[in-house]
Design a protein around this ligand. Structure first.
Ligand SMILES: [Cu+2]
Length: 211
């Protein structure tokens, strides 16, 4: 018996102010892509109703299940990574695209996995990455553009989800049982909650608070 674990992650309080990505102005190729003004950081993606995006929700000590087979796309567009927070299963492919008219290099800075550093020309072939070992918020950077970062959480089971722009998440087909569920945000840290998933699933909301 298996059910879906669903819920909403929220943020209580006022998140720290985001900053304009001013270093982009130092690069003529990149700043030309922003005639109307530079983009802002979005470390705390909070919706009007308080939903918090970019939280990796995962079941600790989960049983093994069908591996996630669909690749995840990481694009370089406007001299930033999009999205900036991703979650994949160990072995799941990440396809890195360059949609920009300039060169990037894709440089992983892992703690547990193998490092790679690959140049990607404008219009160049997609790059493929996959990671063998679980690792939270593994950093991708571009050495050409020192403001470019993305963080990929690698989870060693298929039982995880990334909260969406409204803070909602769904972990599908969780075998019924009692679990520790982890909520991880790159800036706000990691919290756990004990959850019992019944045959028809479970709902578990979680609120992060301003530090
Ligand atoms: Cu770059």
């Amino acid at each position: 018996m298996a059910g879906d674990l669903t819920g909403t992650v929220t943020f209580k309080g006022t998140p720290p102010a985001e900053k304009e990505m001013t270093p982009i102005k130092d690069d003529p190729n990149c700043s030309a892509l922003y005639p109307a003004g530079l983009p802002m950081t979005h470390f705390y993606a909070v919706s009007a109703s308080g939903g918090l995006a970019d939280v990796v929700v995962s079941i600790k000590g989960a049983p093994t299940g069908a591996a996630k087979s669909a690749p995840v796309i990481l694009d370089q567009k406007g001299c930033i990574y999009s999205p900036t927070i991703l979650a994949v299963q160990t072995g799941q492919k990440i396809i890195v695209k360059n949609s920009d008219p300039c060169v990037h290099n894709v440089h992983t800075v892992p703690k547990e996995n193998e490092m790679k550093n690959l140049v990607q020309m404008p219009g160049g072939a997609d790059l493929e990455f996959a990671f063998d070992k679980p690792e939270p918020f593994l950093k991708f950077q571009c050495d050409v553009h020192p403001w470019m970062f993305a963080w990929v959480s690698v989870v060693d089971s298929p039982y995880f989800s990334l909260s969406d722009k409204d803070g909602k998440f769904t972990i599908k087909n969780v075998p019924a049982g009692k679990y520790t569920v982890e909520f991880a945000h790159r800036k706000l840290g990691t919290k756990t909650v004990e959850v019992e998933v019944k045959a028809d699933g479970a709902t578990q909301d979680f609120a992060f608070e301003a530090k």
